[in-house]
Design a protein around this ligand. Structure first.
Ligand code: FEO
Length: 171
């Protein structure tokens, strides 16, 4: 059985992960509208990964005998000032998700819920990688500035991103 408090918190995380997917799909659509197809493809992969994250939480809640409750998803932002603005928003959002995962870990420790704590460790590692990836892109964009050739090259590079293979723990 699953503790009610952790079940509620995991359900809230399902919603946050689906919102992340929605937000990144909206960013992908923004890039498509600017003809930045490489960045659009990068964000689409990001959106797909967030969907997988949501489904990992969903599967875990059910596996633990809980009930996955799907709440409404807030409409994401649909416009940004620049490419840099999009990736800075991505970074801010990932920091929010990291803080949320950390809160879940704290709750699992407080409740001595070792199974959930173990389940969450994959996300702890994933957040380090996600924040580092976005930081690298932001650094590149700051170096590029207004240079359109630089943006063109970065768009090409980001377009080579491949979807991550499913993690062994993915259910
Ligand atoms: Fe599911 Fe990007 O955190």
């Amino acid at each position: 059985m699953i503790n009610e408090k952790i079940e509620k918190a995991l359900n809230a995380q399902i919603n946050k992960e689906f919102f992340s997917s929605y937000l990144y799909l909206s960013m992908s659509s923004y890039f498509e509208s600017k003809n930045l197809t490489g960045m659009a493809a990068w964000m689409k992969i990001q959106a797909d990964e967030e969907h997988l994250h949501a489904m990992k939480f969903y599967a875990y809640v059910i596996q633990k005998g809980g009930r996955a409750i799907l709440a409404s998803i807030e409409p994401p932002k649909s416009d940004w000032k620049s490419v840099l603005d999009v990736f800075e928003d991505t970074y801010t959002h990932e920091q929010f998700i990291t803080a949320s995962i950390d809160e879940l870990v704290n709750l699992s420790l407080e409740l001595k819920d070792h199974a959930t704590n173990n389940f969450l460790q994959w996300f702890v590692t994933e957040q380090v990688e996600e924040e580092a990836n976005v930081t690298k892109i932001i650094d590149d964009l700051k170096m590029i500035g207004d240079n359109s050739y630089g943006i063109f090259m970065l768009d090409r590079e980001l377009g080579t991103r491949q979807p991550a293979p499913p993690a062994p723990a993915a259910a």
